[in-house]
Design a protein around this ligand. Structure first.
Ligand code: SAH
Length: 209
């Protein structure tokens, strides 16, 4: 599939609706975030192998999560699980005047992501190597937090690092999991957005490595 067909497919299936998210997905070239051998599949709506047993998220999942987070132009965002950086790049395009902090536990992937952001001139992303299951307290609070790996339960420290009025999206369960939307406004509300599949979050508040 080519990029424009993919975008049309995502709109027709109801995954994409807001101008900001559509523009961001149009602007980010997914092919640079996938290995050479996968480039011909860059605009297929599926996850693809990126090495180290990890995958680049499917475009529809990036679309669903970007829409559900209701990102603002100036949002300060925390992503857990950078991979090669595709989702963070889409987020960075939406939060043009904001910033994305993204944590990746596999150093080689973090390095690759940094190179990818440089290649396409994205400057509002900071990649940190470490265990994102405990968040990034030194940069908190965040207006939005999302994880692209599945945790056994919602890590309490991530909720602490969410600002008042903030939203968080996190897959909870095993490889087959539920996408949970959390809102922090006079307390915490949780909504299950439905089933999904993600690689596991490995770490202190995640699964054993
Ligand atoms: N956001 C990526 C998805 C990559 S897959 C994209 O746009 O395609 C999820 C990533 O989460 C993997 O690279 C994996 O190494 C990473 N991960 C798993 N547990 C983690 C943790 N505790 N902290 C940081 N990264 C983690």
């Amino acid at each position: 599939m080519e990029k424009e067909l993919l975008i049309r497919h995502l709109i027709q299936n109801g995954y994409l609706s807001s101008k900001e998210v559509i523009d961001a997905m149009r602007e980010v070239p997914r092919e640079i975030f996938v290995p050479e051998s996968m480039k011909k599949h860059a605009y297929d709506d599926t996850p693809l192998e990126i090495g180290y047993g990890q995958t680049i998220s499917a475009p529809h999942m990036v679309a669903i999560m970007s829409e559900a987070l209701n990102l603002k132009r100036n949002s300060k965002v925390l992503e857990i699980g950078t991979g090669t950086g595709y989702h963070a790049a889409v987020t960075a395009k939406i939060v043009k005047d904001g910033h994305v902090y993204t944590v990746e536990r596999i150093e080689k992937l973090a390095e690759e992501a940094r190179k990818n952001f440089e290649k396409i001139g994205i400057e509002n992303v900071t990649v940190v190597v470490g265990d994102g299951s405990v968040g990034l307290p030194e940069y908190s609070p965040f207006d939005r937090i999302y994880a692209t790996c599945a945790a056994p339960a919602v890590p309490p420290r991530l909720i602490e690092q969410l600002s008042e009025g903030g939203k968080m999206l996190i897959p909870v369960g095993g490889r087959i999991c539920d996408l949970i939307l959390i809102e922090k406004r006079n307390g915490i509300t949780e909504k299950n957005l439905g089933g999904c599949a993600f690689v596991p979050m490995i770490g202190e508040e995640g699964f054993d490595g």
